[in-house]
Design a protein around this ligand. Structure first.
Ligand SMILES: NC(=O)c1ccc[n+]([C@@H]2O[C@H](COP(=O)([O-])OP(=O)(O)OC[C@H]3O[C@@H](n4cnc5c(N)ncnc54)[C@H](OP(=O)(O)O)[C@@H]3O)[C@@H](O)[C@H]2O)c1
Length: 243
């Protein structure tokens, strides 16, 4: 076993997979958690050099499994140095007609689950006097977007959580930061048609969409030693959409 251990939730596709690959490339021992191991993840883990990439299946919506998940990682992989709280769902819906259960599912997986997972993951980091927590927000937390009010609320909650937790964890050597991506081409945004993609790209300063690897680079930087004095920040990666 070598390399400091970083847990990446939702590390099997999209932004999470790109992040897991980037961190493994930087020498970390990465544990990806999702419900299913994807083919893309299997291919990526076979090709990693530097660190390593591992998978543990877990439905992060099952809150009573989160403490045990952290204990399993510690036992099987070693003490956690970092957590990238990335897994989320992006279910759209107009608030006036959105089923209550759907609203509950969004808040449950995007807000409650990462808070509880962070609680259990950070205890070991605080005891060790070092660690990295990165949450994944969204520019929609600042800009708003039609039919994404509940999703936007969950992403805005991650920003308040991140800033306050940075205050609590800083004195024990743990940094806590958020990354706020713009629109990224992943399964979450696959329902967008070509015209919508072009509109998003046209609104950005750089006239293009963000790739998962762009977000992954920002996360990898915040996890790295180079970011040792950065905490409580939100790093926007949106090709200048909000510039
Ligand atoms: N794509 C964008 O444009 C965009 C923009 C701004 C912010 N973001 C944020 O970036 C993050 C990643 O988004 P993405 O686009 O990469 O999403 P994605 O392609 O849909 O991937 C989501 C990941 O989360 C996992 N996941 C979903 N539900 C889970 C559950 N109940 N338990 C465990 N794992 C679960 C999925 O694996 P399984 O389904 O196998 O569980 C998958 O690995 C999210 O926080 C999202 O809000 C995305």
């Amino acid at each position: 076993m070598s390399g400091r251990v970083v847990l990446v939730t939702g590390g099997t596709r999209g932004i999470g997979l790109a992040t897991a690959v980037a961190l493994a490339g930087d020498g970390f021992h990465v544990v990806a958690v999702a419900r299913r191991r994807s083919e893309a993840f299997a291919a990526a883990s076979a090709g990693v050099s530097g660190g390593s990439l591992h998978f543990i299946p877990c439905d992060l919506g099952e809150l009573d499994r989160l403490q045990q998940l952290v204990q399993t990682i510690r036992r099987e992989h070693g003490p956690l140095y970092g957590l990238v709280a990335n897994a989320a769902i992006g279910t759209p819906g107009l608030l006036a007609t959105m089923p209550d259960a759907e609203i509950g599912r969004l808040v449950h997986l995007n807000t409650l689950s990462p808070m509880l997972l962070t609680k259990y993951a950070m205890r070991g980091m605080m005891a060790a006097g070092a660690g990295r927590i990165v949450t994944i927000a969204s520019i929609i937390a600042f800009t708003g977007y039609n039919a994404l009010s509940v999703y936007a609320a969950t992403k805005a909650s991650m920003i308040g959580f991140t800033r306050s937790l940075a205050r609590e964890a800083g004195r024990l050597g743990v940094t806590v930061n958020a990354v706020a991506p713009g629109f990224v081409e992943t399964e979450m945004t696959e329902s967008m048609d070509e015209a919508q993609r072009e509109r998003v790209a046209a609104r950005s300063a750089l006239r293009r969409l963000v790739a998962p690897e762009d977000v992954a680079s920002a996360v990898a930087y915040l996890v790295s030693d180079k970011a040792r004095n950065i905490t409580g920040t939100v790093m926007t990666v949106d090709a200048g959409s909000t510039a």
